[in-house]
Design a protein. Structure first.
Length: 244
């Protein structure tokens, strides 16, 4: 069962728990919010998070992760990890994205996050996506700006992926990943032209495969022979969160 809920107006409101409360009144108990980050990046995985919030421990200040500062995201991420009934991550690496396409990779990452929750969800609220899971679900356009549990998932996913980008920036400092987080910023595009792509770039994305042909250094050929620092299998199991 899947439905799509579209906002009636373009102006985004602060996320709230009205939908979760409505579902609890209908008998659902473990309601998971799901969101992803990194769909439009040229480098690295698409990362999804699933979160089951605890209505007894509401978290103030939840917002779409794109609308708040990195410092506030980290603060809220810590509160979510401490207060949520459960949370989990799913990720598909760049090789998986190139294999399936970014849309399918995103769906797989989201489904993975839901399946890895150590509290089974009986309803799933998703940001603008339908998942092939045997759990009732509702897709909400701009869900991260409307729904508290989806906003929480967006924050967890963003903080987690940003941490990986900061780690990979130490391996590939010429791409400035700690700043651009893998998106196609001018400095990132210029580095691709100059140095060519790494094994963690998405070769199915036009700026990346275009850089293979434009790049005149030997770095591209060398990168193709390197082993990526991780594979999708290594990130199947994230931090599963609380069980209380």
């Amino acid at each position: 069962m899947s439905t799509v809920d579209r906002p009636l107006q373009k102006k985004r409101s602060r996320p709230n728990s009205h939908r979760e409360a409505h579902l609890r009144r209908k008998g659902f108990i473990s309601i998971a919010g799901v969101d992803e980050v990194g769909r439009g990046c040229l480098f690295g995985p698409v990362v999804a998070a699933a979160v089951i919030l605890d209505p007894k421990h509401p978290i103030r200040g939840l917002q779409d992760s794109k609308q708040i500062s990195p410092q506030l995201r980290k603060t809220l991420s810590g509160q979510i990890r401490q207060c949520a009934r459960a949370f989990a991550f799913g990720a598909i690496d760049s090789a998986g994205i190139d294999r399936w396409n970014i849309y399918e990779a995103t769906r797989r990452a989201m489904s993975m996050a839901v399946q890895l929750l150590n509290v089974r969800a009986d309803f799933v609220l998703i940001d603008a996506m339908h998942l092939d899971i045997d759990i009732p679900q509702k897709s909400l356009i701009h869900g991260d700006a409307l729904c508290a549990s989806i906003a929480a998932a967006s924050i967890l996913a963003k903080v987690e992926r940003d941490h990986w980008m900061e780690t990979w920036d130490k391996l590939y400092p010429q791409y400035n990943l700690s700043s651009n987080k893998g998106y196609g910023t001018p400095d990132h595009l210029e580095a691709l032209k100059k140095y060519g792509p790494t094994p963690l770039h998405r070769f199915s994305f036009r700026p990346v495969y275009g850089a293979v042909y434009l790049n005149t250094s030997s770095n591209t050929e060398q990168c193709h022979k390197m082993t990526p620092p991780f594979s999708v299998e290594k990130f199947r199991v994230g931090d599963h969160g609380n069980t209380s």
